[in-house]
Design a protein around this ligand. Structure first.
Ligand code: GTP
Ligand code: SPV
Ligand code: MN
Length: 581
């Protein structure tokens, strides 16, 4: 027996009897182990060496062309009753789901190695962290989880000390989209994932554990597990304020998490704590304290350039895994938006020439340890987390939604989060560019009924004495020619600056029916090219269009029947009424 935890040892035996692997390997997370796995994958073609002169320690993985993104229609939450999962989730009866998954897993690891990887979500020493064990037959998953989580011996030690852990069983199966399911059993802290080797479908610590299972736990235990980046913003006086931000998949979290302020902000610095997931708890001081449960980035490659995100480029020239990017003639990784080079092979490994469509897959990604980021903050390891001053919600909205607005209260802020909508992106399979409701950027990730989730959010008002202020931003407004009206990226600092001044009561705001907006004169726009007309439009409130939006929001909230908290409906009606005045 490799562990003193009986439950873990029994579970591993049971899974091995079901899946019948040739070998079982317990991962210790060591350098040697990683080197062996990489050389194994270079042998099988699972990994392809990239140019080791320009990119030492970097490898390319080409996934199956049918397996390139999360699959929301194949993702299930199996609570005892359907209502607990809510209309926001696909639901299956837990018994039925277990039978179905058992059939799929039966003998699926014959001829393969079964890896047992203990991991910790969050700093090993943090009381806010939670552990899990993923069993997988994919060495690519092991190599990624080693960067994305604290994987190996220290995590196993913590599990043996504490006892409890989340069980994640994964097999790539045959990569047949007809035999692909990602299934959660929140009551049993279990995840079963079959038939995909990609991202959030397969790296079970990420969305499956740290969001779907954790959000369910967080509700009963009184904390929050959110799809949010965490950054520290340091001003020239050396004071740092922390912000958490929820944007839907591929809507700007990684970019905001490592923003470099524009020239006119000399003396300001943005520190990265996390780019995707945030666990928050009320501290003794009544503030919300946050940790990033992850240890790495699984970031969107396309659009990452020296102009848009220089910090990301700087961390990607060594020790990274690229998935589904293109390559140049000298075998460097390439994706759309990466300037100064041309690709010769697309993400499938086929010859590529201009006019052949995108060379990198739109959801191509990089995996890299967070500590490699030049703006990495040591506070990412702080066991107690960092105190959050502001929460920002945001989405991709080509029209209507202003550049920034502040909520009138916590309750109104929860409505802003609950009524978020965004254009769909390539992060999930299905149509791209369609506006859909994505409350708190958690539509694909909330492990229970949204009505109960909003109630949980509202409950913080009575429990925490110093709640963060809540804001909504939109970097993605487009003009009549279809061009972005706001320069975005580093220039978003100007909006962050206004947000922080609001938190310090250092600037006023314009009260409107939908919330508090900046007076254009209060935004620092020195050195920016946005025209006054464009700015006026970015900060305008079109009352008749908003009346329609509020009607839609009302209909959306109705879908959750009596699970929707009455206080949220009252907020929605109050905004609708204010718009009619
Ligand atoms: P997930 O990892 O899927 O959760 O995505 P994310 O929210 O971290 O999104 P990310 O920061 O990776 O951005 C996704 C895409 O949006 C990239 O192509 C970026 O270049 C682009 N993007 C990010 N920020 C901005 C912005 O301020 N303006 C514009 N126009 N595009 C942006
Ligand atoms: C997202 O889709 O929000 C991601 C990528 O962060 S994945 O890990 O594939 O879910
Ligand atoms: Mn994400």
């Amino acid at each position: 027996m490799v562990t003193s935890n009986r439950d873990l040892a029994n579970w591993v035996d049971e899974v091995a009897r079901l899946t019948r692997p040739d070998r079982v390997h317990w991962c210790d997370g060591s350098e040697d182990e990683n080197r062996e796995l990489i050389s194994l994958m270079l042998g099988t073609g699972d990994l392809i060496e990239l140019n080791q002169q320009t990119h030492p320690g970097c490898y390319l993985h080409r996934s199956d062309p049918s397996d390139v993104a999360r699959v929301e229609h194949l993702t299930f939450v199996c609570t005892q009753d359907r209502d607990s999962a809510g209309p926001n989730n696909n639901w299956m009866d837990p018994g039925e789901a277990r039978d179905k998954m058992k059939d799929l897993f039966s003998a699926c690891m014959e001829g393969r190695t079964m890896y047992v990887l203990p991991y910790c979500m969050g700093p090993i020493a943090s009381p806010l962290s939670r552990c899990g064990v993923e069993i997988t037959d994919s060495p690519y998953v092991v190599a990624n989880m080693r960067m994305m989580t604290r994987m190996g011996a220290p995590a196993l030690e913590r599990i043996e000390r504490e006892g409890g852990f989340v069980k994640g069983l994964h097999s790539t199966g045959e990569l047949d989209p007809e035999r692909r399911f990602i299934v959660h059993f929140p009551d049993d802290l279990e995840i079963h994932s079959y038939g995909s080797g990609y991202g959030g479908n397969a790296l079970l610590g990420k969305k499956c554990h740290a969001l779907r299972i954790a959000s369910y736990q967080a509700r009963t235990e009184g904390w929050l597990a959110e799809h949010m980046l965490i950054v520290g913003v340091e001003n020239p006086k050396g004071e740092t304020h922390y912000i958490a931000g929820a944007f839907p998949s591929a809507c700007g979290k990684t970019n905001l998490a490592m923003l470099i302020p524009p020239e006119s902000y000399s003396g300001w610095k943005v520190w990265t704590i996390g780019d995707d997931i945030c666990w928050m708890r009320i501290g003794d001081d009544g503030r919300l304290w946050a940790i990033n449960p992850e240890a790495g980035f699984f970031g969107v490659a396309p659009g990452t350039s020296a102009k848009t995100n220089p910090n990301a480029l700087a961390m990607l020239d060594r020790d990274a895994i690229f998935t589904n990017v293109a390559v140049t003639a000298d075998n460097q990784p390439w994706w759309e938006g990466k300037d100064g080079q041309v690709p010769v092979k697309n993400w499938k490994g086929e010859d590529w020439a201009p006019g052949n469509g995108p060379a990198a897959h739109p959801n191509s990604r990089f995996t890299v340890p967070i500590a490699q980021c030049p703006s990495y903050s040591e506070q990412a390891e702080a066991p107690g987390g960092v105190p959050i001053s502001a929460i920002i919600f945001g989405g991709r909205r080509a029209s209507l939604v202003p550049l920034v607005l502040e909520s009138k209260s916590w309750r109104h802020g929860v409505l802003l989060g609950a009524s978020m909508a965004s254009e769909t992106t390539a992060a999930a399979t299905g149509a791209v560019g369609q506006v859909r409701r994505d409350p708190m950027a958690m539509k694909p990730f909330c492990g229970y009924n949204f009505g109960d989730y909003w109630r949980h959010w509202l409950s913080f008002e009575g429990k925490a004495s110093q709640l963060p202020r809540i804001f909504h931003v939109n970097w993605f407004r487009k003009n009549d020619e279809g061009r972005f009206m706001w320069p975005g990226f580093g220039e978003n600092m100007r909006v962050i600056d206004w947000i922080l001044r609001r938190c310090n009561d250092a600037v006023g705001a314009r009260e409107t029916a939908i919330g508090r907006l900046p007076d254009p004169a209060d935004l620092n726009l020195s050195g920016i090219r946005t025209s006054p007309d464009a700015l006026e439009e970015l900060l305008a409130v079109d009352a008749s269009a908003w009346r329609k939006e509020l009607e839609e929001i009302g209909r959306y909230l109705d879908q959750f029947d009596d699970r929707t908290p009455p206080a949220l409906r009252r907020e929605q009606r109050a905004v609708a009424d204010a718009l009619s005045d």
